[in-house]
Design a protein around this ligand. Structure first.
Ligand code: COA
Length: 319
């Protein structure tokens, strides 16, 4: 994982917009988030992958595929995956960027797993990396307090021991959500111009209340659905690993699943919403703290712009 050093705490936001620490903590659960001062999404992805390769002792030359989940690519093209590939020296890899906002890591994980299942690819890297501060309007108190920058990566490999690995997924999109959460400027619909800049169209637009309502229901329902489908009860699940957008959404999801707070991975207080990075960031921190053990059943769940949402059921395979 990689989280930039610079911290923006709630006190900082008190100095730039009309807000306060108490409001932010009680409404979102966020106390601080990180900001990448120099560098781009690919630089954070590279640092996360270097950490991953050092941990797994994998040579970059052995990587087959790199999937970068992001909504803040360095550029429209080439894909961030190409920039990452060159920087880490993954000389035989191919890859691509995947855009599914806060569900990006889940969509990329299922895509990577499907590539491994073909039998053709043995080492697939899935990295969630987002420099949300690059598209955040720091005069908009509704949104600027929510987002931060980070990257985190996982390595997918084949196994013949079917007790472990990715066991099921439920993934959905619904374009009816396009007006509630988006960045309108810069694409082919609204190519960049003085007007798009004046209208702040290169920043995140979010109708927080509308998104909150569907996110609570979407994430809670999908997590419950995957448990039902796989005959899992609360006690069968070691951890819920939810996308970190708002602590109240996370709490509602855990409640619906019938699992206690101790079994929910949470680090939103320290990183805010890092979009595609939140879930692998949680996985890495909990794994490194010795809290995730081989054989643990995890339910990953996310909801994001699009709308996009989904859940993945997996059994952790690392010692
Ligand atoms: N500080 C102080 N007050 C703020 C504020 C801030 N940073 N941001 C908004 N407010 C105000 C609002 O203007 C509103 O005031 P008003 O009633 O006078 O208009 C008031 O707080 C209440 O806003 P409300 O919308 O009811 O709060 P909320 O409980 O919905 O929380 C969010 C706001 C943004 C935290 C919440 O809606 C949210 O988390 N939404 C979804 C975010 C999300 O999940 N996004 C990504 C999808 S993955």
């Amino acid at each position: 994982m990689y989280a930039p050093e610079k911290i923006l705490d709630n006190k900082y936001f008190e100095s730039i917009v009309d807000t306060n620490d108490e409001w932010i903590v009680s409404r979102t659960g966020i106390r601080e988030r990180r900001m990448m001062e120099n560098g781009a999404t690919s630089d954070m992805a590279v640092k996360a992958i270097e950490d991953l390769l050092a941990t797994t002792k994998v040579d970059p030359k052995d990587i087959d595929v790199i999937i970068v989940a992001t909504v803040t690519p360095d550029m429209f093209f080439p894909a961030t995956a190409c920039l990452v590939q060159e920087k880490i020296g993954a000389t035989k890899a191919w890859g691509f960027d995947l855009s599914a906002a806060c569900s990006g890591f889940l969509f990329a994980l299922q895509t990577g797993a499907s590539l491994v299942e073909t039998g053709k690819y043995k080492k697939v890297i899935v990295v969630g990396s987002d420099k949300m501060t690059a598209i955040t309007d720091y005069t908009d108190r509704n949104n600027c307090i929510l987002f931060g920058d980070a990257a985190s990566a996982v390595l997918l490999e084949p196994t013949e021991d079917f007790r472990y690995g990715i066991k099921d997924s439920l993934l959905y999109i619904d374009g009816a959500g396009k007006d509630s959460l988006n960045m309108k400027g810069g694409g082919s619909l609204n190519p960049p111009s003085h007007e798009t800049v004046d209208k702040k169209m290169h920043y995140i637009y979010q109708d927080g209340k509308a998104v909150f309502k569907v996110a609570v229901k979407g994430m809670a329902d999908i997590s419950y659905e995957i448990m039902q489908k796989n005959n899992l009860k609360g006690e069968d699940v070691a951890y819920l690993v939810p996308h970190q957008a708002n602590l109240r959404i996370i709490d509602a999801t855990a409640q619906r699943m019938g699992i206690s707070k101790e079994k929910v991975m949470v680090n939103i207080d320290r990183y805010g919403n890092t979009t595609a990075a939140t879930i692998p960031l949680c996985l890495t921190e909990y794994y490194r703290a010795g809290k995730v053990k081989k054989g643990d059943n995890l339910i990953l769940a996310a909801f994001g712009a699009g709308y996009t949402w989904g859940s993945i059921y997996l059994t952790w395979s690392m010692d």
